[in-house]
Design a protein around this ligand. Structure first.
Ligand SMILES: Nc1nc2c(c(=O)[nH]1)N[C@H]1C(S)=C(S)[C@@H](COP(=O)(O)O)O[C@H]1N2
Ligand SMILES: [Mo]
Length: 303
């Protein structure tokens, strides 16, 4: 195990544009008409190209899932032994219907839909990922949020037999994250159970992971086994590990640099275009929909 998180790393084969991506991209761009996801946000043509979904291979073989190792290629190699069915999720705290649920029962009849989201890691790389999932607010409505709940806390499974990383205390396991209740209820916030219409691969957080597209990727916690409604701002792994570098909010913000690197641009993984770098957008391009959540807040202080 190395402790390379968020530090510069040498280029590897994973940095090379996958063969066939160019053709695939042209095909998909041709399908992006006026009013498409990209066009609708008023981005330039080059940015529209960058918005075309990354290929399956890039999304599922270049991962951060430290329970399975700290190299980007560790999760795809090591996560295969995690058994994700059956899967228990504990729901507790300030809810009407607490319990240890089978995931299938917890999701019940909530339908899944596709959401194509930009995904921006705090390490200044990004992808575009076609998730399948459902709004977290639908799950929260089912379990019944009590009036005094102010935050939602999440925990990842700790499976020492299959997750080599959790045997080493370089993070205080379990991996934990949290959202303010209004962030959790926002319609952009989803629980993902699939990618490209297929069940979500283990390395991407099977069987269910959070996706919060306007925040840095580390907020999007994987392989969730506990959801707690709480009154106080919960423990969040990276914030607690290095509060100088990682905040609780972690909204994507090109104007607030990480202490060790700029956040003004990002490298699009799997893209050869313009060296694969594009400008990073406030709230990762979702400002229209989420900036009002932070009205009156100093986003430098609350980074
Ligand atoms: N449990 C857990 N969740 C996690 C992580 C992790 O190490 N453990 N890494 C985070 C980080 S830093 C990122 S960028 C995303 C990566 O998601 P992906 O591998 O599906 O692209 O997962 C996030 N969720
Ligand atoms: Mo990340």
């Amino acid at each position: 195990m190395t402790r390379s998180h968020h530090s510069p790393r040498p280029l590897t084969r994973a940095d090379v544009t996958p063969e066939g991506l160019w053709l695939n991209r042209r095909r998909l761009i041709a399908g992006l008409g006026a009013g498409s996801i990209a066009g609708g946000m008023g981005l330039g043509a080059w940015a529209q190209e960058a918005l075309v979904p990354n290929e399956w291979d890039a999304i599922t073989s270049y991962n951060n899932f430290y329970e399975f190792g700290t190299d980007k290629s560790d999760p795809v190699q090591n996560a295969g032994d995690m058994v994700t069915s059956p899967w228990k999720v504990t729901v507790d705290g300030l809810v009407d219907n607490p319990g240890d649920y089978d995931l299938a029962d917890l999701i019940g009849d909530i339908p899944t839909e596709e959401r194509i989201y930009r995904f921006r890691c705090v390490e200044a790389w990004s992808m575009v990922i076609p998730w399948n999932g459902f709004e977290l607010n639908k799950l929260l409505a089912k379990v019944g949020v009590k009036a005094d709940a102010k935050f939602v806390a999440f925990e990842t499974a700790v499976l020492p037999d299959v997750m080599e990383g959790v045997n080493y205390p370089f993070l205080d396991w379990p991996y934990r994250e949290g959202l303010r209740l209004d962030e959790a209820m926002h319609p952009l916030t989803i629980m993902a159970t699939g990618i490209y219409g297929r069940p979500i691969p283990n390395q991407n957080g099977a069987p269910m992971r959070l996706v919060v597209p306007w925040k840095y990727g580390f907020k999007s916690i994987k392989s969730i086994v506990r959801i707690s409604l709480v009154e106080e701002q919960p423990y969040a792994t990276w914030q607690a590990t290095n509060p100088r570098e990682y905040g609780f909010y972690s909204n994507v913000n090109p104007e607030v640099d990480h202490p060790r690197w700029s956040q003004a641009t990002e490298r699009v993984v799997g893209s050869g275009l313009f060296g694969g770098r594009i400008d990073t957008l406030p709230f990762n391009g979702y400002a229209d929909q989420v900036a009002s959540l932070y009205d009156g807040m100093d986003l430098r202080e609350n980074f």
